[in-house]
Ligand binder design. Sequence first.
Ligand code: NAP
Length: 557
Amino acid sequence: MSALQSISGKSHSAVAETYDVVVVGAGFAGMYMLHRLRGLGLAVRVYEQGGDVGGTWYWNRYPGARCDVESMQYSYSFSDELQQEWDWSERYAPQPEILKYANHVADRFNLRPDIQLNTRVDRASFDETANMWSVITSDGKSVTAKYVVLATGCLSNARMPDIKGLSDFKGRVYHTGHWPHEPVDFTGQRVALIGTGSSGIQSVPVIAEQANHLTVFQRTANFSIPARNAPLTSEEREAFRAKYPEIRRFAREEARNGIYTDMPDRGALDDGDNERRARYESRWARGGLTFMSVYNNLALDKAANDTAADFVRAKIAEIVKNPQTAKLLQPNNHPIGSKRICVDTDYFATFNRPNVTLVDIRSDPIEEILPNAVRTRAKDYEVDALVLATGFDAMTGSVAKIDIGGRNGQTLNQKWAEGPKTYLGLMSAGFPNLFIITGPGSPSVLSNMIVSIEQHVDWITDCIAYMRDRGLDSMEAQKNAEDNWVAHVNEVAHTTLYPQANSWYMGANIPGKPQIFMPYIGGVGAYRQICNNVAAKGYEGFAMTAAEQPQKIAASS
Ligand code: NAP
């Protein structure tokens, strides 16, 4: 790195207690943030609580873990060499391969020297006099930084269920979001799995193949579409690579969810029964998340949505041989897609195996965990191991774990006590120079995360360069801009069917958490345009103040 002068006066390689930017988290967001900020010649320190890079893909090692966005799209686009050279093996890469990719990126861009592993950020407080953040880490150290970027992930705070007796269970207890690093072998064991969201649905077929018996405790049946996973041929990879410029452009600008796919040109009720069925059959045969893109009104119109939900329910009844089990597996309390739709490999067919039992805990609730069994109201199920696929304190959980103090001694947890409030999902008023990547109020979890991560990182990088080039010292969301944005996010959500489900999007999976639809559902293209317009208007809605003694400005590299 050349001797570019940074904001703090330190070059990025200097061993210093003062940084230009502290980044929290070394998943896909934190790594790319580091890469871009280094490009500005800034001194950056990344703290990562895990033992290596990769974030979600470092922690979620459960059997069957894969991304539900196709690998050729769930990958960085910022480096053409990287996307042309990296070979994905399957349509949906398994977790170890995604983790290998994360490690490859860390090495390829020489990111590791600025990442401190096995270190949590416990506290960050803003010093209003110096316009600096003071950051305290779990190794007892304190550093200061001009900016803090939270790249803490949206689904990174695994949630243990509050079930009586859980801590008395004598066998091993595993959470899918915090899976051990050593191999787990269920051979010969009786396993109980609680939770049937994406993680449960992916792991059930794989655990069932190994375990002596698997009992699945289901509270809410979920819609799931077959993944149709398969090895990628070199021809398929090459065809994708040749089209990458268009695929990436489309994902950023046109696709609502950041995924390249055919766009629907009509609503579900515009077709007659036969035509509609043929379209659903064709998408079912193709498989994957884009099932919801068959028609343009499935998330908006309940009658339209019912046609897709009925189609999937009929498929479940076709696959599952025992009619009573099939009925229990048919979702009936939320519109399809209003909870994150799942993508599976043989999930429903797994319930045809003689060694798999489904227990409906809505009609027969779990009362407690005994040292050797799960006790429902009706029966004790003796088991050797427990798998908790019970999800995450999503979107705000990992931010809330850090004690963040802003202006006037207010903490972010106090400010967000009734639900997260941000401007564009990027900043929260009262917390200057604190950015959040894919925060609540941005498309984030409703999109291909890497598309949204890259957009936020690029925007933040441009913003920091803008401030540096003008000798600006602090930036903060204005309260009225934030209030208007929060109202807009809420208003758009309520034009859809999403708020009808008790989902983690709504915070409904965490007892006591305020129920507010957290992500922005306006689509990644529209959202990007809004962010670009805000920047083009000199960061409209943000207050920027000049340093009392403007720093010498470094040229961007
Ligand atoms: P989740 O969708 O929140 O599912 C948690 C499951 O546990 C639900 O079935 C829930 O039931 C159940 N549950 C929670 N607490 C319970 C309790 N006390 N007793 C009984 N059941 C309980 O979590 P997840 O499956 O880990 O997925 C979270 C998100 O991560 C996904 O929606 C997706 O965005 C992402 N993810 C993606 C992939 C992928 O890319 N393939 C894989 C895994 C996860 P209720 O529904 O009744 O609350």
